[in-house]
Design a protein around this ligand. Structure first.
Ligand code: FE2
Length: 321
């Protein structure tokens, strides 16, 4: 039985735990048996792990994860639940996920509002659903099954999309909100995904952002994308762009304190570089909470960081929008 207090406690500002940074994080942990402080602890409040990277018993990823999870709050983020599929839920996968969640004492787990394959074929992509009443009923039933199995509310994330269905009967934000309400689940709002889909499908991202139920939004994702002019692709290989930072500032104004993290899955920079972006999120959040949304102030903060990132990663500069 889930309690009525819908949201979990906020965890602050986090990053995705990536193998490129394992050693930096491990090196900054307190040394067992030593009373001396380790002053190299990075300024990150929590880590999000990619669930599927840690489902194999033994091996280095799990070894590092166990060590790091002793010292940092964790959340799990999966790509394989296939919540929109019409086949049976993968019970073995769910058992593995639950075991890992207990092992690292993860605060919550999330997966995407999508389908990733059907009839035994894996598309290796997060494919959007048609926004229909039929799809709502289907997905709500499946999220409920997962939550009953876990004994906890899960988070569902909005995906970026590049196609739409003529069968759709409502907007994506109406679809997402209705599912969250009926399944009694929480939301992981990916602000970059909203922006990417807004460009690709020509809607106002604020229409989406401001209509999602506040009491369900547990976490934000931000990420970088690639801009091809007429369309953008959610590549997670770039710094977060100015327009998405601005949208984040609007999100803080509207939703208040929400657990935050930056996704970076390719072209991984040093940890210090991601910490600069994370700090920008903290600064924007503080600014908005103190004085409200102020486009000039936000722009100043973003430009300061973007020029430093451009200096350290000149190959990213020309792709920033
Ligand atoms: Fe995301």
């Amino acid at each position: 039985m889930m309690d009525n207090n819908k949201k979990y406690q906020s965890m602050g500002f986090g990053l995705g735990l990536r193998k490129e940074h394992y050693q930096d994080v491990i090196d900054s942990l307190p040394v067992a048996g030593s009373l001396a402080e380790n002053n190299s602890r990075p300024n990150v409040d929590w880590f999000e792990i990619l669930t599927e990277n840690y489902l194999v018993a033994g091996g280095k990823p799990l070894y590092f994860l166990d060590k790091i999870a002793e010292h940092y709050p964790m959340a799990m983020h999966g790509v394989s639940m296939n919540i929109g599929n019409t086949g049976a839920l993968d019970k073995d996968y769910l058992k593995q996920v639950k075991t890992l969640k207990n092992r690292i004492n993860a605060h919550w787990l999330s997966d995407h509002l999508c389908w990733t394959g059907t009839n035994g074929t894996n598309a290796h992509d997060l494919l959007p659903l048609p926004y229909t009443e039929e799809a709502i009923n289907h997905v709500v039933e499946r999220i409920s099954q997962v939550q009953d199995f876990l004994g906890d509310r899960m988070l569902i994330e909005n995906v970026s999309s590049y196609v739409s269905y003529k069968q759709s009967e409502m907007t994506e934000w109406e679809f997402l909100s209705e599912i969250a309400h009926r399944a009694d689940c929480l939301l992981l709002l990916d602000i970059n995904n909203i922006y990417v889909s807004a460009i690709n499908h020509e809607f106002n991202p604020l229409d989406y952002l401001l209509s999602v139920p506040k009491e369900r939004v547990q976490q934000f994702h931000l990420a970088g994308h690639s801009d091809y002019g007429d369309y953008v692709i959610d590549t997670h290989d770039m710094p977060v762009c100015d327009a998405v930072w601005s949208l984040y500032a609007k999100a803080v104004e509207h939703f208040g304190d929400v657990t935050f993290m930056i996704e970076r899955d390719d072209n991984i920079p040093p940890l210090e570089t991601l910490l600069m972006e994370l700090n920008l999120a903290r600064e924007i959040s503080e600014q908005v909470k103190q004085t409200g949304y102020d486009a000039v102030q936000i722009e100043k903060k973003v430009q300061k960081i973007q020029s430093r990132l451009a200096y350290e990663f000149p190959q990213n500069q020309e792709m920033l929008v």
